[in-house]
Write a new protein. Structure first.
Lengths: 400, 415
C-alpha cells in the first residue's frame, strides 16, 4: 500500500538590479544590488496566480477529506522574507495550512544556496538555523526531514545533514544511482558498516514530471491528463511510497489556470482516495513507517535539475564556477567586517538562481533555463552578476 | 509522302522550341540558372561577393547549372565546379559598394555611376541572349541587388523568364540620405520579380514597406565557411586586450560609436587597444576624432585588409564589435564566431535573429557597449565560454543550407 507523498518547493529568488558600472552610487548594500520594484512585482503576480488560489484550494481539500489529504512544503527564507515585505497574507495562509496538522514544512537553507558545497560547512549550518528561525517566527515548526537546495545530495552532504540531527533527506530518484531499484522505497544513506541512520526519500521523477512538466503538453500522448487517469497510475505503482516532488509554482504559474491544473488538483485527492490501496502521507510519516529497503551510494552530487541531474546547471561552466569561487572566497572578509547588512547581501547573492541563469547547456534544458532567466542570454547574466560580485569585493575590502 | 514531311516539320518545331538541342529537351528536369551578379571573389568588397561565391559553389555541387554573369575585372575569377560557368561581361570596373569610391563618384560624376550600371545591364542582356541563341536553356533568372534589376526586367520581358531577386541591402541601409532614384530601381526590382529573397526578417519587413507582398518574400540567412577560419587558430593567442572593428568606415556601420566606446573603455582598461580595419568616406573624420579624444596611442587604423589579413585580425583579437546602425545581415559576425572571437553586435542586425552566443546592444547605447567591452576584457571566463559556445554554434550556419533553401525558391517559380 504505497503512500502518496507530495512535497512542493516554494521559492522566489531576490532578483538583481542591472548594475551600472558607470554610476557612482553610494547606496546601502541591499538597494545597491537588488531590484525591489521587480521583486515586488513578481511576488504580487505569482501570489495572485499561484500562492493564494492554491493555498485556498488546499485548505478546502484538507478540510473536505478530513485529514486524509496531506501535503508538505518547503519555503525558502528568501521567499518568506519577500512575503513579509510584499504579501504578508500569503505567509499567513501557509501558517494556516500548518495548523490543520495535515501539512508539514521541510527544513532547508534560508538562502536557497549551494553553501553545502563550500569547503567550510559552518556557513551552511548557519543558513539552516536561520531558516528554522524564520519558519518558527511564522508559527511553523520545521520538520526533521531536510531538503537541500534543488534536492542537492551526496554521501558527504548526507553525513553533514545527519550530524545536524536530521532524520531524513530528500533527493532525486535517479536511475544512475538506483540502477534497477525503484524510487518508491525508503532508502538508507551510505555509511560505514551500517553506522548510518539517515533515510532518503527519492523523487519519482516520471510521475512528478507528468504533472509539473507534461501536464499541458499537447505533444504528449497522454494529453489531457485527468485526475482519475493519474490516480490509476499511482494505484498501479509498486513499493512503499510514491514521492511526488515539484515546484509549487506548477499550479497557476508554470501551468496556467487555463490549462485546467486547478481543476485537476481539486479532483485528484478524491480520485486517489477511491483506490483502497492508496493514502496520502507526510515525509516524516513515510520515513517513520517504513524500514529502509536498501542502501544507496551517492558519491557525487545529485540534484533534480536538467538531464544530467548533477550540479552542472549551476556549476557547469567556467563563468559559473568563477562566480561561485568569488562568493566562497568572500566569506572571511564578510565575517571580519561584522556588517550584518553586508552579510545578508552576500548570502542573498548565494541564491543558486543567480548561477542557474549563467548556464550555457544548449540542448533541451537550455529552454528551461531561458524560461526562468531574466537575462537575454547567459553572458549578459554573467556580466551583471560578476560586476556585482566584483563591486561587493571592493566595497567589503574597503570597509574591512 | 506528306505524312513523313509533317512529322519532320514537327520534329523541327520541337528542336526549335528546345533551342535546337535534343539533349536539353531530355534533360529539362535539371535546374539551369542565369545569375546576374556584380562582384565575385577575388574581386569583392562585401557580403554580396561572398554570398554569390559560396551560393553558386554549393548550388553547383547540388547539380544546379549556373551561368554567372558579372562585369569583367582586372583579376579573373575562376569557376570551382563544372556546373558553374563564369561569363564576364565587358562593361565597367566601377564598384558602387566600396564606400569612398561611391561618394566620389556621386560627387564628381553625378549620374555617371548610373551610366556605368546601365551599360553593364545592357551588355549583360546581350550576353544572356547570345548564350540562349547558342543553345543555353534557363529555367530561371536570379539577380542580386539593384545593380542588376534592369537586365533582369529586360530578360523577363523578352524571354518570359521567371525572376528571383535577392536583396542583400536597400538604399535605406547604405546611405543616411537615401537616393530616390536608387529606391525606385529597388521598388521596380521587387515588383518585377516572381520571388524576392532577402537575408533577414528585419529586411523582409523593410521590403514589405517598400511594396513587396508577403507571399513573394522568402527569408534565407547567410552563412559562413568555417573551414576558412579554422586554419587561423594559431593566431588565437588571446588576452592581448585587442578590440576589433572591421567594416566600411561609413555611418551605417557605426564606427563613431566604436570610438566613443573606446574612450570609455580606456578609462577602465588602460592597456586595451582598438583596431579599426577598413576604409570608407568617414576615415579622415574618424582619425581626427580619435586624436581629439586623446586615443592616438590606443586606436590603430589598418586601412584595407585582404581576406587573409582579415582572418588574422579576427583570430588575434579578444573582442569583435559590430555596432552597425543598420545591418541587413552582418556576415562579419559569423566570421568572428568562426574565428572563436567573442563578439558584441548591434540589435539592428539581421544576424542577431539567428545567433545565440553573442552579446547584443542598441547601437546608440555607448554606455552599454562600453560596459560589455570592459566585462569581456576583464573576465577571461566570459571570453572562454563565449568562444567555446560560438564555435559550436557557428557550425549550424552552412552555405549548403542557404543553397538548398535558394533551390526551393527556384523550384517555386521555374518554368
Amino acid at each position: 500500500m504505497p503512500d502518496i507523498c507530495m512535497y512542493f518547493q516554494v521559492h522566489q529568488p531576490m532578483r538583481l538590479r542591472k548594475f551600472a558600472i558607470f554610476g557612482h552610487n553610494e547606496e546601502a548594500w541591499h538597494e545597491r544590488y537588488f531590484d525591489a520594484a521587480k521583486n515586488r512585482q513578481i511576488m504580487e503576480k505569482v501570489a495572485e496566480k499561484c500562492y493564494r488560489p492554491t493555498n485556498r484550494l488546499l485548505l478546502e481539500l484538507i478540510d473536505k477529506y478530513n485529514g486524509a489529504f496531506r501535503v508538505s512544503f518547503s519555503l525558502t527564507g528568501v521567499f518568506m522574507e519577500q512575503c513579509r515585505e510584499y504579501a504578508p497574507d500569503v505567509l499567513e495562509s501557509f501558517a494556516e495550512l500548518y495548523k490543520t496538522g495535515s501539512v508539514e514544512f521541510l527544513s532547508e537553507t534560508y538562502y536557497h544556496s549551494l553553501a553545502s558545497l563550500f569547503a567550510d560547512k559552518q556557513e551552511f549550518a548557519e543558513q539552516v538555523k536561520m531558516h528554522a528561525k524564520s519558519l518558527r517566527d511564522a508559527g511553523i515548526e520545521p520538520s526533521r526531514v531536510f531538503r537541500n537546495t534543488e534536492a542537492l545530495y551526496s554521501n558527504e552532504i548526507g553525513r553533514l545533514i545527519e550530524s545536524m540531527g536530521y532524520e531524513a533527506a530528500i533527493s532525486e530518484g535517479w536511475d544512475h544511482y538506483l540502477g534497477w531499484r525503484s524510487p518508491n522505497f525508503v532508502y538508507r544513506a551510505k555509511g560505514e558498516e551500517g553506522k548510518r541512520n539517515l533515510k532518503l526519500l527519492l523523487r519519482n521523477y516520471k510521475l512528478s514530471d507528468d504533472l509539473s512538466y507534461r501536464f499541458s503538453a499537447r505533444w504528449w500522448p497522454e494529453y489531457p491528463l485527468t485526475a482519475d487517469k493519474y490516480a490509476s497510475w499511482l494505484a498501479a505503482a509498486q513499493g512503499q511510497c510514491v514521492n511526488l516532488f515539484m515546484d509549487y509554482e506548477t499550479f497557476g504559474e508554470h501551468q496556467w489556470a487555463d490549462t485546467g491544473i486547478f481543476e485537476f488538483l481539486r479532483h485528484m485527492p478524491g480520485e486517489v482516495l477511491k483506490h483502497k490501496n492508496l493514502e496520502f502521507s507526510l515525509p516524516s510519516e513515510v520515513v517513520g513507517k517504513h524500514a529502509p529497503a536498501d542502501e544507496v551510494d551517492i558519491p557525487h552530487a545529485l540534484t533534480w535539475a536538467d538531464m544530467e541531474r548533477d550540479t552542472s546547471a549551476w556549476l557547469g561552466n567556467d563563468m559559473q564556477r568563477e562566480c561561485f569561487r568569488m562568493l566562497e572566497n568572500a566569506a572571511e572578509q564578510v565575517k571580519a567586517s561584522g556588517d550584518d547588512a553586508a552579510q545578508h547581501a552576500w548570502r542573498l547573492l548565494q541564491n543558486s538562481d543567480h548561477l542557474y541563469y549563467l548556464c550555457t547547456k544548449s540542448l533541451a534544458d537550455g529552454d528551461v533555463h531561458k524560461y526562468f532567466s531574466p537575462y537575454q542570454n547567459p553572458y549578459d547574466g554573467f556580466i551583471n552578476f560578476m560586476n556585482i560580485l566584483q563591486d561587493f569585493r571592493e566595497k567589503i575590502g574597503r570597509s574591512a | 509522302m506528306p505524312g513523313a514531311n509533317t512529322t519532320l516539320s514537327y520534329v523541327n518545331e520541337i528542336a526549335r522550341l528546345t533551342r535546337g538541342s535534343w539533349l536539353n529537351y531530355a534533360d529539362r528536369r535539371k535546374m539551369r540558372v542565369a545569375m546576374l551578379g556584380w562582384e565575385f571573389p577575388p574581386f569583392a568588397s562585401g557580403g554580396l561577393g561572398v554570398h554569390c561565391y559560396e551560393l553558386t559553389r554549393k548550388l553547383a555541387e547540388m547539380g544546379v547549372q549556373i551561368d554567372f554573369y558579372m562585369p569583367r575585372c582586372r583579376e579573373r575569377p575562376r569557376s570551382l565546379h563544372p556546373n558553374l560557368r563564369i561569363i564576364e561581361v565587358d562593361a565597367t570596373t566601377v564598384n558602387p559598394y566600396s564606400g569612398a569610391k561611391t561618394q566620389q563618384l556621386r560627387e564628381t560624376y553625378g549620374w555617371s555611376l548610373f551610366d556605368a550600371v546601365a551599360s553593364y545591364n545592357r551588355l549583360a542582356v546581350e550576353c544572356v541572349l547570345a548564350e540562349i541563341e547558342k543553345g543555353a536553356y534557363y529555367n530561371v533568372v536570379h539577380n542580386h541587388d539593384w545593380l542588376t534589376v534592369a537586365a533582369a526586367g529586360e530578360l523577363k520581358m523578352r524571354q518570359g523568364l521567371p525572376l528571383v531577386f535577392t536583396v542583400h541591402s536597400t538604399e535605406y541601409d547604405r546611405a543616411s540620405v537615401p537616393w530616390d532614384r536608387l529606391l525606385s530601381v529597388e521598388r521596380q526590382g521587387i515588383a518585377q520579380a516572381d520571388r524576392v529573397i532577402t537575408v533577414s526578417n528585419r529586411m523582409r519587413e523593410r521590403l514589405m514597406q517598400m511594396g513587396a507582398p508577403d507571399w513573394k518574400v522568402r527569408v534565407i540567412y547567410n552563412a559562413v565557411n568555417g573551414e576558412l577560419y579554422d586554419k587561423y587558430d594559431a593566431w588565437r593567442e588571446k588576452n592581448r586586450k585587442i578590440v576589433l572593428f572591421l567594416g566600411r568606415m561609413v555611418e551605417q556601420k557605426g564606427p563613431m560609436q566604436f570610438l566613443y566606446a573606446a574612450k570609455k573603455v580606456s578609462g577602465r582598461v588602460p592597456e586595451a587597444r582598438f583596431v579599426m580595419a577598413g576604409t570608407g568616406d568617414m576615415l579622415p573624420q574618424l582619425i581626427s576624432k580619435s586624436i581629439e579624444l586623446g586615443l592616438q596611442d590606443k586606436v590603430i587604423f589598418t586601412g584595407y585588409l585582404s581576406e587573409d589579413e582579415q582572418r588574422k585580425a579576427y583570430a588575434g583579437s579578444d573582442v569583435y564589435v559590430m555596432p552597425s546602425v543598420s545591418e541587413p545581415f552582418g556576415i562579419t559576425a559569423l566570421e568572428a564566431m568562426a574565428s572563436g572571437t567573442p563578439l558584441i553586435i548591434s540589435k539592428s542586425s539581421g544576424v542577431g535573429e539567428i545567433v545565440k552566443n553573442v552579446l547584443q546592444v542598441d547601437f546608440w547605447d555607448v554606455d552599454e557597449l562600453s560596459a560589455k567591452l570592459i566585462a569581456l576584457l576583464k573576465y577571461p571566463a566570459l571570453r572562454r565560454e563565449m568562444s567555446k559556445e560560438e564555435l559550436k554554434e557557428v557550425r549550424k550556419f552552412t552555405w549548403s543550407t542557404t543553397a538548398a533553401k535558394t533551390l526551393e525558391v527556384y523550384k517555386e517559380v521555374a518554368r
